[in-house]
Design a protein around this ligand. Sequence first.
Ligand code: SF4
Ligand code: FES
Length: 242
Amino acid sequence: MVYQLKILRGTGNVRFWQTFDSPCTCADSVARALEELNERTVLRDSAGQEAEPIAWECACLEKKCGACAMVIGGTPRLACATRLCEAADKGGCITLEPLKKFRRIRDLQVDRGEMFTALQEMELWLENDAELVEEERRALHYRAASCLMCGLCLEVCPNFSPGRTFAGAAAAAAAYRAFEPSAAGAHRETLRTQYRKRFFNDCAKSLACQDICPAQVPVEQLLVKTNAAAIWRRREKKHGAR
Ligand code: SF4
Ligand code: FES
């Protein structure tokens, strides 16, 4: 089968579709097909028109950095972890669009700065050394740390929209680690306030984030435990139960 990449291109409000024939095969990734287009001395679309190289982001090419997140065949995915035959329609066409919840820079490249700023503002750091003695806690920390900061969870989240305070599943994964009880200190009150404001108050628990996550971050398990540490214990204290 001859595959075609149909790419939503442009900057700002300028948007247009451009289609390219690809010599790549079923087992090749979408990332490889994009690389092949940009390696050509002169890039031409399927109609023979000369075209600019495609703007998109990648770094590791092995599902480790999250940079290649985009909408592939209508589903938010990582380009380096999606094979052409998984994403193509019956005619071999694969549509590629930038993530829609972030500001578009050009073509498939977006600015995910809003997600990183939210994480910074939540002050998700430990003020003391953590002692992870329990095997279960250690394993969960490891899984929380596997978040790629790709932003795919925000793309599908019904509660996240640009410019609002809700920080989404990436923040919940980082918050679980910051609420490690063995590292508690005075900073915990700031963490609690931030967690409530930037996650707990607006999360409707659709868990679309967990279904889409390419790193299989166990979002539900993490937020249940973080809610217990950040919200309920505080409430118990307030009501004199602890
Ligand atoms: S939680 Fe999953 S989908 Fe969200 S940023 Fe982390 S790796 Fe990506
Ligand atoms: S390029 Fe790093 S995850 Fe795809």
